[in-house]
Design a binder for this molecule. Structure first.
Ligand code: ZN
Length: 253
């Protein structure tokens, strides 16, 4: 089983960018979502869209459109600020309000949650339980995540896996790692991990499918450009190959 997930956030929501001036640049949200919907439709695949409250606020019709295409709608916080910088009560109110709002706008029930930028915290599952989420995909197979306490609720966990063992494990499932690894190696890793773990989670973002000409005029810090926009030129082709080679699903059907 290959779970294909898209974190539906603006490119300037990255924790690497501190200034809000970047919001003045275009977000190309509609263009990229249309591209993704078309690709998924043509290859007969399904995906889960982890939606930011602020994206739903700006593009309600787009969220409805994604739902009408038969994809799952899940929640990815309101503003993509790291959970370590929020308190439990604040995040509870945010989840409660925006989960309802996204359900109203999309016409679909929201079951899933993913924290912004893997910012998993010890209190997260208390909030998810109170807000009636059925599953969470906030954990990455990173060492620091193993230090957190066990989930005592009946909330299913979908952990994003790496490839390899212990210190030799390499991330492959999303962002720059997915973009940088040649496709034939990615395909091997996905097949290998699917056998080993029974499922593989792939995650991506709308901005990873930008046309490189769109961002030429953006004045951004070099490290940000490297991390977020390098290797995007071939990413549309890579996604196409992936969607043709594998059958992808949403987490919750
Ligand atoms: Zn995100």
């Amino acid at each position: 089983m290959i779970y294909f997930s898209i974190d539906l956030e603006f490119w300037y929501n990255s924790p690497l960018l501190k200034k809000t001036i970047y919001k003045e640049y275009p977000d190309y949200m509609e263009e990229t979502v249309d591209f993704l919907l078309k690709k998924l439709k043509n290859t007969n695949n399904k995906a889960t869209f982890f939606v930011l409250g602020s994206v739903c606020e700006k593009y309600p019709k787009l969220i409805r459109k994604i739902a009408l295409h038969g994809h799952e709608i899940a929640f990815h916080s309101y503003d993509h600020k790291l959970l370590n910088n929020k308190d439990k009560d604040e995040y509870y109110k945010e989840c409660l309000y925006w989960k309802n709002e996204i359900e109203r706008v999309s016409g679909k029930k929201v079951y899933g949650h993913r924290a912004p930028a893997w910012s998993y915290t010890n209190w997260l599952y208390d909030v998810l339980e109170k807000c009636d989420f059925k599953y969470d995909s906030s954990k990455n197979e990173l060492r620091f995540h193993k230090a957190f306490k066990e989930n005592k609720y009946n909330i299913k966990e979908y952990i994003v896996r790496n490839f390899g063992f212990g210190y030799f494990s390499i991330p492959f499932a999303g962002s720059i790692f997915f973009r940088i690894i040649p496709y034939f190696i990615l395909r091997f890793i996905i097949k290998y991990n699917e056998k080993k773990f029974k499922n593989v989670i792939i995650y991506t973002h709308p901005w990873e499918f930008f046309d490189s000409s769109w961002i030429k005029s953006f004045k951004l810090p070099v490290f940000f450009k490297l991390y977020n926009f390098s290797f995007i030129k071939n990413n549309r082709k890579k996604l196409n190959k992936l969607l043709l080679d594998f059958k992808t699903e949403s987490f919750y059907k």
